[in-house]
Design a binder for this molecule. Sequence first.
Ligand code: AMP
Length: 463
Amino acid sequence: MTRQVVSRWYLDKFSLIQTLQHLSQLHPQIIPIAIGCDLNIKTFMAFKQLDIIEPILKAVAAEGYTIPTPIQQKAIPLVLQRRDLLGCAQTGTGKTAAFAIPILQLLHEQKPMAPGIKVLILTPTRELAIQINESFAAYGKHTGIRHTVIFGGVSQLHQTNALKRGTDVLIATPGRLLDLMTQGYIRLDKLQIFVLDEADRMLDMGFIHDVKKVIAKLPAKRQTLFFSATMPPEIQKLADVLLTHPAKVEVTPPSSTVDKIEQRLYFVGKMEKPELLLHLLGNKEIKTALVFTRTKHGADKVVKLLQRHHIRAAAIHGNKSQNARQGALTDFKNGTLRVLVATDIAARGIDIDELAHVINFDLPNVPETYVHRIGRTGRAGNEGMAISFCSREERDELKDIQKLIGKTIPVVHEHPFTANAMVAAPVAPARQQQQARPARNPNGQSRQGNNNFRNRRSTQRAR
Ligand code: AMP
C-alpha cells in the first residue's frame, strides 16, 4: 500500500484535515501520516466513526466532506448522547453541521414521529437563519425530516403557511419567532432540543431580552445546545441558567484571532479613509473584499464612492430589504460584485468561501467584533488578509482590540495618506511592534511611488 507523507507546511489542523480528505478521495489507498504538526493520527477520522447513520452519511459525502472538523468530532457524540452542550466556536469551524447532523439523526431515530416542533434553533440574523436552513436541507435530504425557517423583514404569509403544514425543526430569529408565537402560529410544548446560536451576538444586537422571553416559554425538560464565540459575563450567566451539567467544547480559544489571517493596520486621517480604500482597491490582486463600516449611513457612502469609481459594490445592512440583502450576497458570492460593504449586524454569519480580504473601514467599538469581522476571511483552511484603518479618533478602540487579541497589529507605514494620521503609538502588550509590508500594495509600490501618488493627487486638487 502506498504510504504518503503529508508534511509540515500545513498551518492548522483544519487545513490538514481538508487536505487529507482531498487526498483520500483521490487515492483511497493512501495512508496519511501527519508529521511536523501536533495532529494526532486519531484526528483523521471519518464521519462513519462517529456512528452517523447511512442516510446522513450519504448526504454529507455529497457535500464533499468525509472528515469531521474538530468541533464536529467533539460535539456530535455528545449531542447523540443527549448531553447539554456549551460550544465556544466561531462560524467557519463547521459549527452548523456539528449540531445539525446529530439533531437530524436523533429525530430520524424517532420515526414515525408525532406532529409538532421538536427542535428550535434561535439565531441572530436572517442570513444565518437561511444558511442553517440550507444546511438542514443538505444534510437531511434523505431523512424526510421537515424544517422551516422564519425571520423578519419579509411578509409572514409564506412562513405561516409552512408552519401550518407542520415542521419538525424550526430555525428562527427572535423577533419573528415571538411575533408568530403571540399570533398563535407556533407552539413549543413538544420541544425536545433547543439550540441557541451565536449567543454573544444576540447580546451585541440587543436581542437578549427577546431571547429570554423565548426561553421562558420552552418546556423545562429538554436538551440545550448553546453556542457562542466569546463568553462575556452576561452570556456566561445565561449559559449557567440554561444548561444542565453541560459538556464544554471549545475549538478556538475565545477571542483568539485565527493565526493564518494576516493582519495589517493603516493609520490614516478620518477624511482620507475613502482615498486610502480606493488606493488599496487599485490593486487588482484584491479580487473581492468585504468592507466593514460602523454605520448604515457609512456603508451607503462607501458604496456610492466605489460606484463613482466604477468599482462594483453594494451594501448590506438593516435598512435594506431582505431581498436586496440576499441579492447583494448572491452577486458577491458569484463575483458580480467586487466589494460588499456591511455593517456588523448584517454581516454576521455570512459564509463565503475563499474571501481573501476583509477591510475594516472603521474599527468596531466592541473589540470582540474585530475577531468576528476578521474571521470572515481565512475560512475553511484558506488564507486571509484583514486590513484595518485607524484614525486619530479610534485610538481607544485599537487599544481595546489589541488588548483582547494579545498582540500588536503590524502597521503599514508606507502609504500615501500618513500625513493626517498622527496617532499615538499603539499598545504592544505581548509581542514586539513590527513594521509590516503594505497589504498587497499595488505593484510593489515603493516610498518613491507613494510620493508620486501624493504629488499626483495634489496636482489633481490644484486643477
Ligand atoms: P460553519 O462553521 O458551520 O459556518 O461552516 C463553515 C464552512 O465549512 C461551511 O462552508 C461548511 O460547508 C464547511 N464544512 C462544514 N463541515 C465540513 C467538513 N467536515 N469538511 C469540509 N467542510 C466542512
